[in-house]
Design a protein around this ligand. Structure first.
Ligand code: SAH
Length: 241
């Protein structure tokens, strides 16, 4: 197995994230990268096939959320897919209880097996649709932090995610260069759903000649979400708030 420890340290340090690393974390990231690169050939978990890209675009990108997560938080990752940002968060923050929700059971099976391989007992998966679980008393307004990366446009995502956030908790959407346009379209919806005005934290993720424009778009839950939300998916998508 290739040892990516020095490359991980380099990429994290270039992006001001090196304070998060230690020996057990590096060991787990190495296992994760190896598994992603081998499983990916068969299952197409991600479109990325080399170690440097996996570290920068998936692992370091996921790590940028970590500083916003309070100690011992309960976190839900909506549309977790192949486990981003849920897997790196669970690795970097053993104090946090991470739940990865997705409607595709095959991807969750991969995450469950990966969590087992990495001995992560703080990562669980939930199989189903966000707009359905968002109505359930066991999930609604039960999470301190709700994350989502590459799932839907922000106006759709806000209705899928904010119902899960506790009063005082955070909805954190991980976005690329379209963030400002997406915020403009989601601005009134987030207030209707009980969130604060979006805060847009803009930065670049970079290594060598690779530069990615990234945004963490954050809303704090200030009011309960009205019972009428989330609506059914076709309504959310056709007529976003
Ligand atoms: N967050 C991951 C995966 C993005 S792909 C990453 O950044 O790599 C988007 C994922 O969202 C898919 O796996 C899809 O199944 C899931 N998804 C989309 N809409 C959903 C919904 N309404 N409920 C649950 N999962 C959803």
């Amino acid at each position: 197995m290739t040892d990516y420890s020095n490359l991980i340290k380099d990429i994290f340090s270039e992006n001001g994230l090196d304070g998060l690393l230690n020996t057990p974390v590096l060991e787990k990231f190495n296992i994760l990268i190896d598994r992603m690169l081998t499983v990916n050939e068969k299952m197409n978990i991600t479109s990325i096939t080399d170690g440097e890209d996996v570290i920068l675009k998936h692992i370091a990108d996921s790590a940028t959320v970590v500083r916003y997560i309070p100690k011992n938080a309960k976190l839900l990752d909506v549309g977790t897919g192949g486990g981003f940002p849920s897997l790196p968060i669970a690795i970097l923050r053993p104090d946090v209880s991470v739940y990865g929700l997705d409607s595709t059971a095959k991807k969750l099976k991969y995450i469950d097996e990966t969590a087992e391989l990495l001995s992560l007992d703080n990562l669980k998966t939930i199989s189903g649709r966000a707009e359905v679980f968002g109505k359930s008393v066991n999930y609604r307004e039960r999470f301190d932090v709700v994350t989502a990366r590459a799932v839907a446009s922000l106006n759709v995502l806000t209705e899928l995610c904010l119902p899960f956030v506790k009063l005082g908790g955070l909805f954190i959407s991980m976005k690329g260069s379209s963030a400002a346009d997406e915020i403009a379209l989601a601005r009134s919806g987030v207030i209707q759903l009980g969130g604060s005005k979006f805060e847009d934290i803009e930065f670049t993720l970079h290594y060598n000649d690779k530069v990615m424009q990234r945004h963490l778009v954050i809303s704090k839950k200030t009011k309960n979400t009205p019972d009428s939300f989330p609506r059914i998916y076709s309504r959310i998508a056709k007529k976003p708030l």
